[in-house]
Design a protein around this ligand. Structure first.
Ligand SMILES: CCCCCCC/C=C/C(=O)SCCNC(=O)CCNC(=O)[C@H](O)C(C)(C)COP(=O)(O)OP(=O)(O)OC[C@H]1O[C@@H](n2cnc3c(N)ncnc32)[C@H](O)[C@@H]1OP(=O)(O)O
Length: 299
């Protein structure tokens, strides 16, 4: 069965298959997901429209969709299910919570935990990135709220970004503001999205861009009124899917595979680096102080 799957795997799947699990459209029909084509875990909800081949994936980890170990694990499992289903051609990633797409990595996963926990957590962050950035599907982020740090990373992994047009919502890699450093593959993803100059400045300053500024810098591709984000994402998806899959699927890794490979080659070293960095007392203090500031903001 495995050999058959490899034989039948598409060319672009093979291009990425050393790094990402499976990118074939030949396995596993929707039998797995029951007849209504919806499936849901605690933190991830997927609605599949069979007539269009488009899945809408909603993160649901209230209040702010913090990217916890649990959410990240469910995300990767769900994405892999869609990836191997040849009936699914496009993915719209969005939030089930109003006002926040994702607050980025769940900071509590990086505070006061064991080295083993940090390693497992970071591996899950890597896995999410490898799967989403390397996806064979058309991926569109429907950014219906704020999207700092890891939330911005997820959005940047997608092929196209539509954001709610409100200056209240901001997006960016703000890691330095927390006293931490975005790893090289976060940086690579931003460079891929907006180029070196904007990335250099944004990363050093930990810049968060209100939606209109994000559009100006190309961090997002389109702004629409908040209540039109989902419908616009569906329309954009239809346009992307009008391109023949095989041609688009060969083109995408021409740009992305070298970026994916850089992390694949040094995954273990990257995990070790994270664990040693995040375990430092000074970094723990910075994160704790940041969490305290977040909580005080409400008082
Ligand atoms: C060598 C490697 C080095 C390490 C690399 C690590 C890379 C890290 C990447 C990251 O993603 S770090 C996370 C960065 N995220 C942020 O800075 C976002 C912080 N949050 C906000 O700005 C706001 O919460 C919001 C997203 C704009 C939403 O604002 P809103 O006013 O709607 O909600 P709040 O009242 O602020 O928050 C509600 C509740 O949620 C808690 N919370 C918020 N963000 C996080 C988070 N990222 N992780 C964990 N918890 C978070 C916040 O403290 C509130 O908690 P309670 O007070 O209700 O208990």
């Amino acid at each position: 069965m495995a050999a058959l799957a490899v034989l039948r795997r598409s060319a672009p799947a093979r291009l990425l298959s050393g790094t990402l699990c499976v990118h074939s459209r030949v396995l596993a029909p929707w039998r797995q997901y029951q007849s209504n084509r919806h499936f849901s875990n605690d933190k991830i909800l997927v609605e599949m429209d069979e007539s269009t081949g488009v899945a809408v994936m909603k993160m649901k980890n209230p209040p702010v969709n913090g990217l916890s170990l649990e959410l990240l694990t469910e995300f990767s499992i769900s994405l892999e299910k869609l990836e191997i289903d040849r009936g699914c051609r496009g993915l719209i990633l969005t939030s089930a919570s109003p006002k926040v797409f994702s607050a980025g990595l769940d900071i509590t996963e990086m505070c006061g935990k064991s080295a083993e926990h940090y390693a497992a957590f970071w591996k899950a962050v890597q896995e999410m990135w490898l799967k989403l950035f390397g996806s064979n599907m058309v991926t569109i982020a429907a950014i219906n709220g704020s999207s700092p740090a890891g939330g911005c990373l997820m959005a940047m992994c997608c092929d196209y970004r539509i954001m709610a047009d409100s200056p209240k919502y901001a997006i960016g890699l703000n890691e330095t503001q927390l006293g931490i450093v975005a790893p090289f593959w976060f940086k690579d993803t931003m460079t891929h999205t907006v180029g070196s100059r904007v990335t250099e400045q944004s990363l050093q300053l930990g810049q968060m861009y209100p939606a209109p500024a994000a559009l100006k810098f190309g961090l997002v591709d389109q702004l629409v009124p908040e209540d039109k984000v989902q419908i616009t994402a569906a329309a954009a998806m239809a346009q992307w899917l009008s391109v023949p899959d095989h041609a688009r699927q060969i083109t995408k890794p021409m740009i992305r595979k070298p970026i994916v490979d850089r992390l694949v080659k040094q995954r273990e070293a990257d995990i070790d680096n994270f664990v040693s960095f995040i375990s430092k007392e000074s970094i723990q203090k910075s994160l704790q102080a940041y969490m305290d500031r977040l909580k005080q903001k409400k008082q």
